[in-house]
Design a protein around this ligand. Structure first.
Ligand SMILES: [Zn+2]
Length: 382
């Protein structure tokens, strides 16, 4: 089974981790943060393998960067998530008792074994199980077996409830011997400042386009054209691209991802490119889909304006897009611009119910919104 080459996909992040290992200066806590679906999980697991590998190898002939050998016993058991020194705490949906929490955790681990880039179910409220976090803390108080570097991964930390964050905080303040704690987060701003200040930050970037395309073709047997489209629409997030091509909600994920990408294009591309992309990606024969797109943009405008004034993300409509909305938010800091944009979208929705031609209506709306946003970003910051 060919897995994704995370050292090649996240070269900066991997080099920070691999160099700290080579120099014998491994931090006790790392925070890996970046957009959703770009490999935080893989990065953490591969680093756990490197820390315990019996014979790390150089990534290529002219490289000083080390990667795990993949062949020794620790490498094998870590990569299959069965290593005694690997403690994985993942967010799970609400559960009645400890047994159910373990079952749900195992379900997530099975998903990750099949596809380490898969996104977790976001449709249900989730939290990191406090009793399992406490148990991990207890087990870590024991001496580790000789020669093992234990790795504790708290995956998607921002989903952790305050009580379990407390247990974690004690762990970070007094790190057990021979133990590395890895936290991952899409939105590090939402973590406690005391956690942030004690962790070494490792930033993940969007993945190289061709690597995402190749992986979709090789691992998921997607035709090349579909792989290219998914990679583009999902802005080089492999997790999102996999969800888009595979999930049972593929159509919906597809519409939302396309809508988000086009909304970002409003800000980043000149008008002719924006129009070309809209013509490529929108089915102008589908009035329902057109209305859905306008509603999505309304909610993105609303979320962006909201985040321009707060760091609290609990009230976002599009919580799954919070990383992107944070990038958009500064452009939506001016209330009078936001008001004009909302009016524009409302007028377009009204027009669409009056059977106007869909393509010109959507393009006109997009160009208006683009002008509004550009005017707004020239205004002084509030
Ligand atoms: Zn090895």
């Amino acid at each position: 089974m060919n897995r994704f080459d995370i050292a090649g996909g996240q070269p900066k992040a991997w080099s920070i981790l691999a160099r700290s290992h080579a120099a014998g200066r491994v931090a006790s806590t790392y925070l890996c943060h970046g957009p959703e679906g770009v490999g935080a999980w893989s990065l953490a697991i591969e680093f756990a393998a490197l820390l315990n590998c019996e014979a790390p190898r150089l990534r290529s002939d002219n490289s000083e960067i080390r990667v795990p050998c993949d062949e020794c016993r620790p490498c094998g058991s870590i990569l299959s998530l069965n290593f005694e020194g690997l403690h994985l705490i993942v967010p799970i949906k609400s559960h009645k008792n400890r047994g159910e929490a373990i079952d749900l955790t195992n379900e997530v681990l099975d998903q990750k074994r099949r596809e380490s880039f898969c996104l977790l179910d976001r449709s249900k409220p989730v939290g990191i199980p406090i009793d399992l976090a406490r148990e991990t803390k207890k087990r870590l108080a024991l001496q580790p077996p000789v020669g093992i570097t234990r790795v504790v991964l708290f995956y998607q930390m921002e989903r952790m409830r305050a009580a379990s964050a407390d247990a974690l905080l004690k762990l970070i303040e007094e790190p057990p011997p021979d133990t590395v704690i890895i936290l991952t987060a899409v939105r590090p701003e939402s973590l406690l400042p005391t956690i942030l200040s004690r962790a070494q930050k490792v930033r993940l970037e969007r993945l190289p386009e061709q690597m995402v395309i190749d992986y979709l073709i090789d691992r998921h047997q997607v035709p090349e054209s579909a792989a290219r489209l998914a990679t583009k629409v999902c802005d080089r997030s492999l997790g999102r691209a996999i969800e888009m091509i595979a999930g049972k909600d593929a159509d919906e994920a597809d519409h939302r991802s396309v809508g988000l990408m086009l909304f970002k294009t409003l800000m980043s591309e000149p008008a002719p490119d924006l129009i070309a992309q809209m013509n490529d990606l929108i089915n102008f024969n589908d009035r329902g889909a057109a209305e859905e797109l306008v509603r999505l943009w309304q909610s993105l405008i609303r979320d962006g304006a909201y985040l321009a004034n707060t760091t609290d993300e609990t009230d976002l409509v599009n919580i799954d897009f919070s990383f992107e909305i944070r990038e958009i938010a500064p452009r939506l800091a001016n209330p009078s611009v936001v008001e004009r944009m909302v009016t524009t979208t409302k007028n377009t929705l009204a027009d669409l119910t009056l059977n106007v031609h869909i393509q010109p209506a959507l393009v006109a709306m997009a160009l208006k919104l683009k002008m509004d946003m550009e005017a707004g970003s020239q205004a002084p910051a509030p």
